[in-house]
Design a protein around this ligand. Structure first.
Ligand SMILES: Nc1ncnc2c1ncn2[C@@H]1O[C@H](COP(=O)(O)OP(=O)(O)OP(=O)(O)O)[C@@H](O)[C@H]1O
Length: 252
């Protein structure tokens, strides 16, 4: 199996304080991987590292034959500035920037693609709405429509089903399953363990470092979940990078 993403002793953090510590492992091409862990475990930080918003403090993230800008990223909806004056149509259209460029106009084909993506997530008729007027579930649907347009081999979803109703969740899970069927590599940060058990064959249980990584049923044991909570509670947020990391970064 080809590794699509690799983590080589990766430490990620803010102001030199590690948030994800010494992560090692590979995500194979076509994997459907849940990333779970308590609040503050480092899930969003890891995703920011994967898409290049954060550079590792040490270690390396390897990408199998793709560039970071080719990864489709669905951020937590709290990270979206809802006051930004942009219509649903134009927001979803940003998913085509890789092909049209930021300043490229939207031709007939692009407009059709956007309309199809909106239809696929059930947002027909919302084209001209300002994004600030959407409900939480409509916002998630819009973010999924943008990911659809990006047509990416690797898709990273940060808490994609947060605070949305059961119908919307099932519609969006169906999209995730479709991507998985198309052999795309999908990573999703999730809190709902039942959903993870039902739909995600593989799981990374994160608590700043990896507690367990592998088949979901083997990872989500009560012992591992207790250990994850203990590791998160014991982690010192004000700690600096390890001496070894510091020396390595000085030598680089
Ligand atoms: N922009 C930031 N600046 C400084 N520290 C941050 C920043 N973002 C996150 N952190 C810290 O990094 C650690 C990991 O946070 P992160 O958001 O990655 O966790 P998470 O697993 O996604 O949590 P949650 O489940 O609550 O969304 C936390 O201690 C958090 O306070």
């Amino acid at each position: 199996m080809t590794a699509q993403l690799g983590f080589r002793d990766v430490t990620l953090g803010y102001d030199r304080h590690p948030a994800v510590h010494h992560l090692n492992g590979d995500v194979t091409q076509g994997a459907l991987l849940a990333v779970v862990g308590p609040n503050g475990a480092g899930k969003s930080t890891l995703f920011r590292g994967i898409v290049g918003i954060l550079k590792p403090l040490s270690g390396k993230i390897t990408l199998g034959g793709i560039k970071q800008r080719d990864i489709a990223y669905l951020p937590q909806s709290a990270d979206i500035d809802r006051s930004f004056p942009i219509s649903v149509f134009d927001f979803v259209g940003t998913g085509l920037w890789r092909t049209t460029g930021i300043f490229g106009g939207l031709g007939k084909k692009a407009r059709e693609q956007i309309a199809q993506a909106l239809a696929a997530v059930g947002l027909n008729g919302f084209e001209n709405r300002n994004i600030g007027t959407l409900s939480g579930g409509q916002m998630q649907r819009m973010l999924f429509a943008r990911v659809l347009l990006q047509d990416a081999d690797v898709i990273v979803l940060d808490e994609p089903f947060n605070a949305i109703d059961a119908k919307t969740t099932m519609d969006l899970i169906a999209l995730v399953q479709r991507w998985h069927g198309e052999q795309r590599t999908v990573l999703a940060a999730l809190h709902d363990m039942e959903m993870v058990r039902a739909y995600f064959p593989q799981t990374l249980l994160l608590a700043r470092g990896a507690v367990a990584w592998g088949k979901t049923a083997e990872v989500l044991t009560s012992d591992n979940l207790v250990e994850a909570r203990r590791m998160c509670e014991a982690f010192d947020d004000t700690a600096g990078t390890c001496v070894a990391d510091h020396e390595r970064s000085q030598a680089a």
